[in-house]
Design a protein around this ligand. Sequence first.
Ligand SMILES: *[C@@H]1O[C@H](CO)[C@@H](O)[C@H](O)[C@H]1NC(C)=O
Ligand SMILES: *[C@@H]1O[C@H](CO)[C@@H](O)[C@H](O)[C@H]1NC(C)=O
Ligand SMILES: *[C@@H]1O[C@H](CO)[C@@H](O)[C@H](O)[C@H]1NC(C)=O
Ligand SMILES: *[C@@H]1O[C@H](CO)[C@@H](O)[C@H](O)[C@H]1NC(C)=O
Ligand SMILES: *[C@@H]1O[C@H](CO)[C@@H](O)[C@H](O)[C@H]1NC(C)=O
Ligand SMILES: *[C@@H]1O[C@H](CO)[C@@H](O)[C@H](O)[C@H]1NC(C)=O
Length: 424
Amino acid sequence: MGCYCSPMQLFSIFLIYIDLFSANEKVKALEQTLIKGKQTQDDCSVAVKKLRAMLHSAEEQLHAQKKQTVFLTQLAAKTLPKGLHCLPLRLANEYFSLDPGQQQFPNHEKLADPKLYHYALFSDNILATAVVVNSTVLNAKNPSHHVFHIVTDRLNYAPMRMWFLSNPPGKATIEIQNIDEFTWLNDSYSPVMKQLGSQSMIDYYFRAQRANSDSNLKYRNPKYLSMLNHLRFYLPEIYPKLDKMVILDDDVVVKKDITGLWSIDMKGKVNGAVETCGESFHRFDRYLNFSNPVIVKNFDPHACGWAFGMNVFDLVEWRRQNITETYHSWQKLNEERLLWNLGTLPPGLITFWNKTFPLNRSWHVLGLGYNPHVSSRDLENAAVIHYNGNMKPWLEIGLPKFRSYWSKYLDYDQPFLRECNINP
Ligand SMILES: *[C@@H]1O[C@H](CO)[C@@H](O)[C@H](O)[C@H]1NC(C)=O
Ligand SMILES: *[C@@H]1O[C@H](CO)[C@@H](O)[C@H](O)[C@H]1NC(C)=O
Ligand SMILES: *[C@@H]1O[C@H](CO)[C@@H](O)[C@H](O)[C@H]1NC(C)=O
Ligand SMILES: *[C@@H]1O[C@H](CO)[C@@H](O)[C@H](O)[C@H]1NC(C)=O
Ligand SMILES: *[C@@H]1O[C@H](CO)[C@@H](O)[C@H](O)[C@H]1NC(C)=O
Ligand SMILES: *[C@@H]1O[C@H](CO)[C@@H](O)[C@H](O)[C@H]1NC(C)=O
């Protein structure tokens, strides 16, 4: 291979490129060719030639979509610090230089042991995931009994693995999967998968983005990004051997040992969550379309909303009560988006209607991504704090007074962070 280029680095750049500007089938096919090329140790110059061809085709696409993407690109540049682009590239490059034997995680036998404490975390953000895992492990009384199941997208798969190979979670166990490998999660099985891939959804998504430019930083291909969020509705399918799991969003920090969550008697309910309603806000009428007779007939507009971010799921009850079927049937009814709009909370409220057990609010304190008035007493008592809102602690716009609760769980001397100029 008398070539100085690093195909894997180019490959990663290319993946970002198509991820940003949304892939078509042709590009996908070429990408497969490139992957094969890598596996057979194909000649580097051949790979580069193919890559150029792909870039060309992606550029044509870009041109066609220019109107839509200029805005999105500016948004990305403005809001995502440079280091957050650098980090996955740097990590991916390192990962592909390892031997296959070095790319594996230990303690495989623990992954399906229902006696242990299992967490699910679906994220495309490496730093955020690193903080969730580190904070959970450091506050656990017995880290060796904790198991983290991470699912990410194809772009972040290699870098995510590399991060945790070089920063292993102490005695805890970790698994990292790529959502693209879940072949069972396809258009014929999952109505949401089908809908998210439809042209009408893509158009709608981009329109909603523009109307809402400051309140949503998720600018990438809606199908893949949203599917990571919707994975929370498939826990029993993804983890068939497990009985109970805690699911954490990537914008939380765990401040205490939370194993107590597994011993709460949820009284036959499926979802343990903290409620979020006050006098008149965060009730069902805020999330669901109560002008629609189907909603009126089935739900109470004043029912209290609850939060995703830290939930306990009883997978035994889930399977027994066929919750996934319930979710699918509602998702099908919402094909025209007349029952609710985008997002996972509205279908969550519907799917887990009368199946949600209210947890003591000190388990999960919300608002650190938008509300500077979260009380210090609530923060102090919280087991998990949640930076929901736009002011994420890894962004410049993060609320300064809450940042250190997050940043203290990152070692900024870590070589990858230093090389990418990621600072507290
Ligand atoms: C789609 O998923 C179903 C089950 O979820 C599976 O039986 C089928 O083989 C999958 N189809 C493809 C093309 O992978
Ligand atoms: C709510 O449902 C009604 C009845 O289907 C429909 O006419 C209306 O457009 C829906 N509203 C929204 C905002 O989707
Ligand atoms: C769940 O589905 C199975 C098979 O489809 C059915 O036999 C069972 O009655 C369903 N249970 C509930 C609670 O709906
Ligand atoms: C709510 O669930 C309980 C069992 O947990 C059941 O007895 C009751 O009928 C349900 N209520 C509604 C309105 O579905
Ligand atoms: C909730 O938990 C806090 C602290 O753990 C405790 O002081 C409080 O009594 C609990 N509240 C309820 C309603 O159980
Ligand atoms: C995890 O957090 C601890 C304590 O704040 C810190 O010392 C350590 O460096 C962190 N680990 C990583 C990999 O960032």
